[in-house]
Design a binder for this molecule. Structure first.
Ligand SMILES: [Zn+2]
Length: 282
């Protein structure tokens, strides 16, 4: 598991799954032929067969006085319309404990957005009921994002809202906030809408050092070189594309560590200009 230090804030990775099967179809433009035009993606981010390598991972942020987790992956026991993701039985919570973090010790659960692979471990199934995995935490989510999913008639992935969002709200643990919310000292949201209406990235700043956790504003480093490659899972692809281009422009050639929520190891790097576009410098 990788770890980064930003001033006196520590960020630790916990991987739930790594996929290099090419089965996810998350970026239809990312064909082996098109990926060959971006040679720096191999070997970390593209397999020898030309498939995208992607992590589903949670990031643990420890400031001097708070412990937070960002995006809780897919979860166990969920009834999902997604082959390989439904009814998973992975030792994710045991792995979290092995890192020295009991779920009871988490102060905040941060949701960049409310998609299936970002809210799963918000809850776990106990005696047939969904209960909060982190019972002492405040679950921080953007109000606009919550409203969108609450009013959606049907989520194609399954009852994600009912299994993984509503139970923490019903337990009184959710805080609905704005898209520029400061979560803790040195940790704040940065509005990055498009993939979903209330999508946010998480900005970390301490002692003059900075990092940003992307969420699904980008799914894969290939979108740093090709920001107009979109995913069919976007709520609004033109908006997602515009957000991504603004983000790349804002952080290019800056000493800011970008941590991609779905990026394969080494996960973090810096955006640098590369001719008319950008590259990920790891
Ligand atoms: Zn995702």
């Amino acid at each position: 598991m990788l770890q980064w230090k930003i001033g006196d804030i520590k960020i630790t990775q916990l991987i739930e799954l790594t996929d290099a099967s090419g089965a996810l179809q998350v970026l239809p433009d990312a064909t082996p032929e098109n990926l060959d035009t971006i040679p720096w993606l191999k070997p970390n981010f593209v397999s020898p067969e030309g498939h995208l390598i992607m992590n589903i991972q949670m990031l643990i942020i420890e400031t001097p006085d708070q412990k937070m987790v960002v995006d809780t992956c897919i979860g166990n026991d969920k009834a999902l319309n997604m082959e390989g993701w439904s009814n998973m039985q992975l030792p994710f919570l045991d792995d979290l404990k092995k890192l020295g973090h009991d779920p009871d010790s988490v102060d905040k659960v941060i949701c960049t957005h409310l998609h299936v692979d970002h809210v799963g471990w918000n809850t776990r199934k106990v005696a047939g009921k969904w209960v909060p995995t982190f019972p002492n935490a405040r679950y921080v989510m953007v109000e606009k994002e919550f409203d969108f999913w609450q009013s959606l008639e049907e989520d194609p992935f399954g009852d994600v809202f009912g299994e993984s969002v509503k139970p923490v709200v019903d337990a009184g643990l959710a805080d609905m906030v704005g898209p520029d919310h400061q979560v803790a000292e040195g940790v704040s949201f940065e509005s990055t809408p498009g993939h979903t209406p209330g999508h946010v990235s998480v900005h970390i700043k301490s002692q003059g050092e900075e990092a940003i956790i992307s969420g699904d504003m980008m799914h894969h480093p290939c979108q740093i070189a090709r920001p107009d490659w979109v995913t069919p899972f976007d709520a609004d692809s033109p908006a997602a594309c515009a957000t991504r281009k603004q983000f790349l422009e804002r952080y290019a050639d800056k000493p800011v560590l970008v941590l991609g929520t779905h990026f394969a190891n080494p996960v973090g790097g810096r955006i640098v200009r590369d001719g008319k576009t950008y590259r990920f410098d790891v």
